[in-house]
Design a protein around this ligand. Structure first.
Ligand code: FAD
Length: 197
């Protein structure tokens, strides 16, 4: 059957984009840095619009702002990596979101093989080749075919983004090194610094 891109009728509710950001920011995510390489130059960009898409074939999605420098670069390279940040990499996230951090510049290391650049020391990284580009309003939906998986320190905790700020998981001490499953393990919850003074 041919693939039709169906469109639904648009009703135009008046929604303030700032309100949309505030409400959608209540969906907690991890934080990634998407990296790509053109020749010897590595470019990275912080992104939380990441999700897995398909198991057969193995596909993931990242959404890239059309105005971002990353947008033409990732297409030129054709390959990219998604680096999941751990809770100690908040400065890395800020650095790749347009706030250069001296501490990061000194310590940042990328993989040196031919593949898409991995940020050494990340929680985990996924290498991809571009599978499909789908227009998504002011963003491009980049569908990546997974070509390699790297896992860092399995005991490390993720960096979390929620409500416009960075958060971390609080795991009660005895559960700290068991693999936390947020659906089965009640001891895992998002830790709000505000709630604990
Ligand atoms: P620039 O703004 O030029 O570069 C990004 C930053 O990375 C710059 O500070 C640059 O100095 C640094 N940098 C790049 N390469 C290197 C390198 N090799 N070594 C050292 N530093 C380097 N935008 C999206 O499009 N999609 C998202 O899903 C998304 N999610 C976000 C989530 C969070 C939590 C945050 C804070 C921002 C998010 N953004 C997202 C916004 C995006 O990260 C910024 O707009 C970013 O600055 C866009 O990057 P750019 O490609 O335009 O390049």
């Amino acid at each position: 059957m041919p693939h039709h891109r169906r469109r639904w009728p648009v009703t135009e509710p008046v929604i303030d984009p700032r309100e949309f950001r505030r409400v959608s920011g209540l969906f907690a995510t991890g934080v990634t840095v998407v990296t790509t390489r053109i020749g010897d130059n590595v470019h990275g960009m912080t992104a939380n619009a990441f999700t897995t898409l398909s198991l057969d074939p193995l596909l993931v999605i990242v959404c890239i702002d059309r105005r971002a420098r990353m947008h033409p670069l990732i297409q030129e390279a054709g390959t990219f990596a998604v680096n999941f940040l751990h809770e100690g990499q908040e400065a890395v996230s800020r650095n790749f979101a347009g706030q250069p951090q001296e501490s990061v510049a000194d310590s940042l290391r990328f993989s040196e093989d031919d593949g898409a650049p991995i940020i050494i020391g990340s929680l985990a990284s996924i290498r991809c080749a571009i599978h499909e580009l789908i227009p998504g309003g002011d963003h491009e939906i980049v569908v990546g075919r997974v070509t390699a998986l790297m896992c860092g320190d399995v005991g490390a905790h993720p960096l979390i983004y929620f409500g416009g700020g960075y958060r971390r998981l609080l795991v009660e001490s005895e559960a700290r090194h068991s693999a936390p499953d947020p659906f089965l393990n009640r001891k895992v919850r998002v830790y709000h610094e505000e709630w604990h003074g």
